[in-house]
Design a protein around this ligand. Sequence first.
Ligand code: SF4
Length: 218
Amino acid sequence: MTIPVSVSRILFPVTTLGPGKRVGIWFQGCSIRCPGCISADTWAQQPSNMTIDELAEKISGPLRDADGVTVSGGEPFEQFQSLQTLLQKIRPLLKHGGDVLVYSGYTINQLGHRLQALSGLIDALISGPFDAQASQTRPLMGSDNQEIHLLTELGQQNFSAFLRPRNQDDDRIDLTMDPDGTAWMAGIPKRGDLERLRSVLLETGVSIRTTVDRQVRS
Ligand code: SF4
């Protein structure tokens, strides 16, 4: 069965959203729209741009070298059937010990039966909306109201090391550049880092336009 999916971007390797070198998949479309979200370009609901089979084919090469997959967005659970099919498809393709981390802006209670339906397919889940007013003291999370859930034995094994306060190692971001000069960032920047980067670059005569500046509303 061909299941369509709307994807914003796929990056590899991502080293800042879970352990090791990861395939990062950003779903397109999020109705939660947290103020201050750094992925505001993924908010607009857009028509599907590939099938899950095509997505799996695209990531099959990187998956051979990847330590895991991180699915973010956008809101992955708003394309639930696509998410479920993707996770079913990639699980057997992961190398031994490779894990799956999924981000959702919904709380664990809001996810309810949808999360139960993915039992065994997600090793670690980070749930809850980004709150720009909350503190930011933990790794992998943009704000302290969010929660990390280690859902499998593999999740316990690979993510227990992240149950600690944020430290300098967490202040990294991944940066990749498309041939057209568009730079993509992955990771959880420290509060205010993007504004600091913008100021530093402006002093050298370089201006940047972030996806927050060009967010698309639907
Ligand atoms: S932080 Fe996540 S849930 Fe919140 S608006 Fe951004 S993509 Fe949506």
